[in-house]
Write a protein that binds this ligand. Structure first.
Ligand code: PLP
Length: 357
């Protein structure tokens, strides 16, 4: 039957290239180093057995648990379906389509621009400086007209660097009272001292995104948080869907924030950081490696000669990395999530085999 209905699609959606998630790209194998997930899973059980009632709008015990973990009041927390929903809700609440703009600073996480395209919000792309990956404050300052939100990822995905705290504070001062600065701290547990959470009290325009998907090893449950002053949280409460967090998810998320689970998370982070240092040390010995960027997260960005052959060879061997070659200033770069020690050993072995051919 000939399709007579899809012409109804909005033109910005018709031309949209959806987010190329690791799961969409696919692959086959045993060693998944392409989505910055935790290689090990903590074990949780749920005792919930009845499901006939809607959940709480914002599950109170989870909200309290995360507020305590973050050192904030529960009124400063909004629970979301992953940090991805946080990115989306902020645009929904603050940006007029076709009128307002966001700023983002590539190479970085793609969802800031994809989400803006879905809403038909204007995008001002202000690349970070090549190789240092620090934000270009001067260009940001010159382009603030009509901007409602600036998205900054810290530590940045996929480059792994931290954004200078001094620059972030300059940015917050520059935009105070006029623009929201959203700092995506999806990976902050790997470098927790660099969180900007203590600045929420000084800067009402600061918003922080967090997630349980990375250091907490709970990507499957889709749970994230927006941290902000309560006036902002109250605005976001107007646009979030009626019952966003299922009872099962809030139960498991709450368990993951118990004292013992947080200790376990911190131990996993230490292990991953050690594995990362080991991997960097070994990669430095390989002559196909042109550059390894310093990382403060659970992945590293590596520039290879013959990057494509390495990527494909590893792919065939069931070791799946993330190709970043198409991104601005990332020619020949692959992103490698830090796996278990054994996975790191296997990866090095395969790259060595390849470089000896
Ligand atoms: C993984 C990731 C997210 C998405 O996190 P979810 O909570 O799983 O939606 C957001 N921002 C960055 C920078 C990420 O890498």
């Amino acid at each position: 039957m000939k399709d007579k209905i899809t012409h109804l699609i909005r033109s910005n959606i018709k031309n949209l290239k959806p987010y190329q998630s690791a799961r969409r790209i696919g692959g086959n194998g045993d060693i998944w180093l392409n989505a910055n997930e935790s290689p090990i899973s903590p074990l949780f059980k749920t005792n919930i057995t009845s499901f006939n009632r809607y959940p709480e709008f914002q599950p109170n015990s989870l909200r309290i648990a995360y507020a305590e973990y973050a050192g904030l009041l529960k009124e400063q927390i909004l629970i979301t379906r992953g940090a991805d929903e946080g990115i989306d809700l902020l645009m929904k609440a603050f940006c007029d389509p076709k009128e307002d703009a966001i700023i983002y600073c590539p190479p970085t996480y793609d969802m800031y621009s994809i989400c803006a395209k879905i809403f038909n919000i204007r995008i001002k792309k202000i690349p970070t400086f090549k190789n240092t990956w620090q934000i270009d404050l001067e260009q940001i300052r010159l382009n603030l007209n009509k901007v409602k939100i600036i998205y900054i990822c810290n530590p940045n995905n996929p480059t792994g660097n931290l954004i200078s705290r001094k620059d972030l504070i300059t940015l917050l001062k520059l935009t105070l009272g006029s623009v929201l600065v959203v700092i995506d701290e999806a990976y902050i547990e790997f470098s927790i001292k660099d969180s900007m959470v203590n600045y929420l009290k000084d800067y009402p325009n600061l918003i922080i995104l967090r997630t349980l998907s990375k250091a907490f090893a709970l990507a499957a449950i889709r749970c994230g948080f927006i941290l902000a002053n309560k006036e902002i949280i109250n605005i976001l409460n107007k646009v979030i869907s009626p019952y966003p967090i299922s009872t099962i998810i809030s139960d498991i998320a709450t368990q993951s924030l118990s004292y013992n689970s947080i200790q376990n998370m911190k131990e996993r982070v230490l292990t991953i950081n050690l594995n990362r240092n080991w991997l960097v040390k070994e990669l430095k010995k390989i002559n196909l490696v042109e550059r390894i960027f310093n990382s403060h997260a659970n992945y590293i960005l590596v520039k290879f000669s013959m990057f494509e052959k390495i990527f494909n060879k590893l792919w065939q061997k069931g070791i799946i990395l993330r190709n970043q070659n198409h991104k601005i200033n990332l020619k020949k770069c692959l992103r490698i999530s830090i796996g278990s020690y054994l996975e790191c050993v296997n990866l090095i072995k395969e790259i060595q085999n390849f470089s000896n051919i």
